[in-house]
Design a protein around this ligand. Sequence first.
Ligand code: ATP
Ligand code: MG
Length: 557
Amino acid sequence: MEKNDFIRNRIREDVAQGTLEQGVITRFPPEPNGYLHIGHAKSICLNFGVANEFGGKTFLRFDDTNPLKEDDEFVDAIQDDVRWLGFEWDDRLTYASDYFQQLFDFAVQLIKDGKAYVCSQTPDEMRVGRGTLTEPGVNSPYRGRSVEENLVLFEGMRAGEFADGEHVLRARIDMSSPNINLRDPVFYRIRNIHHQRTGDTWCIYPMYDYTHCVCDALEQISHSLCTLEFADHRPLYNWVLENINSNYHPPQIEFSRLGLEYTVMSKRFLAQLVADGVVSGWDDPRMPTIAGLRRRGIPASAIRDFCDRIGVTKQDNTVEMGLLDFCVRTQLEPAAPRGMAVLEPLKVTLTNYPDQGGEEAGEWVDGVWHQQNDELGTRKLHFGPTLYIERSDFEEVPPKKYKRLSPGEMVRLRYGYIIRCDEVIKNAAGEVVELRCFYAPDSKSGSDTSGLKPKGVVHWVSASEGIPALVREYGYLFTVAQPDKNDMAATLNADSMVEHTAFVEPAVVASDAARFQFERQGYYYRDPLGLSADVQDDTPVFNRIVTLRDSYKPTQG
Ligand code: ATP
Ligand code: MG
């Protein structure tokens, strides 16, 4: 189905008018100062998506203009994440730093044209001089420097003759512009530090607003798509390209930023959660990072579907987490094999089972991996004299119409037999620790001749063959939909991860599939990293991707 948002419509018009000699070219321009989050996924799906749809190309361009905050770890992680989301940039991997020389040359030309000057105000003086939304700014006393003096100073800045902060290069635009971005913005600052790619070649670094538009022009970006907060920067984007006499001038088009409930989305705040040890890292499954969502088990297809459904508009919006969950279930429902796991085990002993002890006790029964998907085939489940059922599937004093196990009542163990609870064993503290049950030998699933009417069907795992596993269930990071970013600690959810020492049926652990539905529980992912790297332990770890269902219904759209 053809997508119809305002950006695609605009591109469609441009293509129809035949004005795009180079074709449709977009870019995704992350700053490598953290891992990507699901907000970035929206931008990635849009930029790579439209290029794919219109037979165009997309650059992955790192905005590496601030070496203080940037790191190669992030460059690698970002590439991994974009690829994992399903997009390819081929040979179009670029860095703003690839263009440092050209940016410098354009800046020199701006100085020569009287359109930029070296300013020696302190940061505070500059801030005060810039004015406010209601008051115009005042000209810097250095605004009148001659072209010659500016050239000498700018070359000196480049040559490393000055300390950080001593001078900056500013555009000479209009200190009384109602748009503060046009009040002589800074284009270059001095940073006497090593850059991850250019080493010590440069000690002045261009600012984002100056760099971004120039890179877009040099790469012949046909549609420069960015988020709404850059709308106020558009006049500056255009000013730069007009004043460097660029022979190509991309249009900047803004769309709404994605916000998601119960989490924070900016890299700055995510970095803080990592630094504070609130989460185990950028890829903690509770994080809204692509790496976190991936490790939680969310398939890339679900994230792409999510981005399709939220669409592209001009209205900022905060999306319910339920929509993401819905997209995840939509992908997993038809595809994920069903298995059984008991998260809070309660021991069941079948007192009349023929072979009570012995290594060989029990039998193997068949179960399909998926009721509606025959292609997934069947697996064997071990059924024996000692089993585990879910603690919550037993009530000593059941409420009315209880569909599970209680004293004297019967349930079917899925794919196995019907059992009846005859005796409840408790420990000294009065807690139920074991159920002693009768099993009906003629009630085997598929060949039941018992005529018994059990109350319900419950899941179970063989005690002798079930595999101990760590199951982690994840909740929201915050207790409120819109956490206060500046006081994240106040609303952190202390129960955002709950661990269970569970038993999982052996076929699940042996399977190559990564994602399962644990029947009656939810969808789970075999964590590829398992326990933390420094623990020598091959206990399987399963992350809950999403619960089975909730009441969320996406609105038609
Ligand atoms: P953050 O605040 O998370 O650091 P950013 O915008 O500073 O976000 P960049 O690395 O500069 O991060 O972003 C790269 C691209 O991703 C930009 O084009 C930006 O507009 C887009 N982007 C970032 N966050 C979102 C979001 N929440 N929704 C949509 N697009 C986003
Ligand atoms: Mg940023």
